[in-house]
Design a protein around this ligand. Structure first.
Ligand SMILES: N[C@@H](CCC(=O)N[C@@H](CS)C(=O)NCC(=O)O)C(=O)O
Length: 224
């Protein structure tokens, strides 16, 4: 059975949705990142990057959320889009993994978590997050799904972070992005989304943003 190393945050949530969409059996293994469990030697064997999510399937590790989505799609032959849309699929998966997701994360970090307010960084990352949203907004004009005409891992990848649009973009959330809003509401209504949101309902993850959490998540701020 697939072992799924999970924390209830955007990148692992993509994998939760993918596993639920595919109805694959899995064992959920919490990685409490606020407690620093992503940094243990045992976990680094599974994910040398020390982040969630990861999976282990038949003794093989896969780390990094979009790599896991691609692996699960290839393993099952599902959610991959049509062969003729492969170039679009690769393009949008990389756009999401290297652009929309990390710029969103940095935008949240500099506005909500950084120990000092740095206007240049806040402006830079919010601008880039919004710019990536705008690229997707234009692409989604008249489209139901991100790639081709069917639900795929590209939609799953985007859902994980766009679910947090209000935190990334500010209170107005998706108000300036009507095509993304329409797409998001459609994806978010899928039955697997509710199952994904509930996978860890019986687990308790640390939520206190205390010294232990700060050291685990932002080690660059600590010299000892
Ligand atoms: N590129 C990685 C990023 C993973 C990532 O940043 N995960 C966050 C949770 S969404 C995490 O593990 N944070 C803990 C930390 O940075 O120490 C992916 O897509 O899987």
């Amino acid at each position: 059975m697939i072992k799924f190393y999970f924390h209830p945050t955007p990148n692992p949530m993509k994998v939760a949705l993918c596993l639920e969409e595919l109805a694959l059996p899995y064992e959920l293994i919490p990685v409490d990142t606020l407690k620093g469990q992503q940094h243990t030697a045992e976990y680094r064997v599974i994910n040398p990057n020390g982040k969630a999510p990861s999976i282990v399937d038949n003794g093989k590790r896969v780390f990094d959320s979009n790599a896991i989505l691609m692996y699960l799609s290839e393993r099952t032959g599902a959610l991959a889009g049509k062969t003729e849309d492969r170039s679009e699929m690769l393009s949008w998966l990389m756009f999401l993994a290297t652009g929309l997701a990390p710029f969103s994360g940095q935008s949240v970090h500099f506005r909500h978590a950084a120990p000092e307010q740095v206007p240049y960084a806040i402006n830079r990352y919010l601008f880039e997050a919004k710019r990536h949203y705008q690229v997707l907004e234009i692409h989604m004009e008249g489209r139901e799904y991100i790639v081709g005409d069917e639900f795929s891992i590209a939609d799953i990848s985007a859902w994980g972070w766009i679910d947090k649009a209000a935190v990334v973009l500010g209170e107005e959330g998706l108000a300036s992005y009507p095509n993304i809003k329409r797409w998001f509401e459609n994806i978010n209504a899928r039955p697997a989304v509710e199952r994904a949101r509930n996978i860890a309902k019986d687990l308790v993850f640390k939520s206190d943003f205390d010294d232990e959490a700060a050291r685990a998540l932002y080690p660059q701020n600590f010299t000892e």
